[in-house]
Write a protein that binds this ligand. Sequence first.
Ligand SMILES: [Zn+2]
Ligand SMILES: [Zn+2]
Length: 393
Amino acid sequence: MAEKTGRIAVNTGYYAMDIKEYPIPEPREDAMVIKIETFCICGSDQHFVRVETPHAPGTEGHEFMGRIVSMGSRANEFIHSYGGELKVGDRVAVYPHITCGKCDPCMTYGDGVCGICDNDYIYGGVFDQNESTIMNNIPDQWPHFKGGFSEYCYIFPGTYVWKVPDDMPGEIAALLDPCAVAMRAVEQVLTPIGGTGEGFSTTSRCLVIGAGAISIMTAMILKQMGAKQVIITDFLDEKLAKAKEIANVDVALNTSKMTTEERIAKIKELTEGGAHIVINGANHPSSCVEGLQMVRKCGYYVEIGNAADFGGAGIMSEINIPSVVFEKNAHITSVIANTPQCFDRAFDFLKRYKELPFEKLITHRFTKLEEIIPVMKKMRDADFIKGVCTFEE
Ligand SMILES: [Zn+2]
Ligand SMILES: [Zn+2]
């Protein structure tokens, strides 16, 4: 009998991916294999095909969900499942990180805290090229399927998954990772560091900079949690209209024609003195410099958007530290560390998809691996929020 195979999109260069075919692996006793139903394209995925020296060859895609097709005899002992015991046929959404549990950050902050583990393994993370372990991103090496831009994925021991209810659309469940980033951003402002009681409350005036998918979900969460005012800014009217429609923000403001000084003055005017909470989802360093000046004294500033040197140009920024940092006494933090527990709260939030219009975030739907690059080329278009592939049965 011919060996069953599956396909993977493998990075090969600047805006280039090859579709490769490999045998579907038989899982070891501690692992399982899922057939991917849906994956989303993230801004960081696009970043990795835009850089001049791609980290090729690797499989991208860390936002995905699928159906279990085979399980090792002891997989339930080694895979952490929210929703109970797993079996073949179950649909699962996947936590894209596996932490080592042994390094100093893991020992200090707990196993499962991604982004800070010294040995963080990421599904679809193109940096993992260590041949001495099967947990790498080398498609030629068994078990081949190690990311979301693929028809199958090998689920390694130590992975956290969420059982996806039968009636929950795959494209909603696949939003788990970006939704968890939004959730974590909001949770960062809940607990006052330093104990002066200035964390998020129903009196908070909040500013979200940028109207991408994560920013819109951040605004949704802030609204649902009862913020007094949620303002979202962007340079594109199409994105602002989406934010208004999906998150029901109080103000959707196009700041493209304003100078830095005008933007800061406008936010101070709208918030009567500066936002209590500023969450930056835009990915240009100037948005951070401005955002820090829009926050009120003792407020919160959370960085999400400047996650990588997206321009590749090493853009540096200068700020006046005494007035912008010291005198503000603001809490400045970022979202790189996240936890399965926060993902679980995000998954619970996504389960409200019948009441909250998450599906409107998905502006570009497609069904084939071959369409990843063409869709990625549209990610800077005004009407682009989220690109999602759902394979045909
Ligand atoms: Zn992502
Ligand atoms: Zn670790």
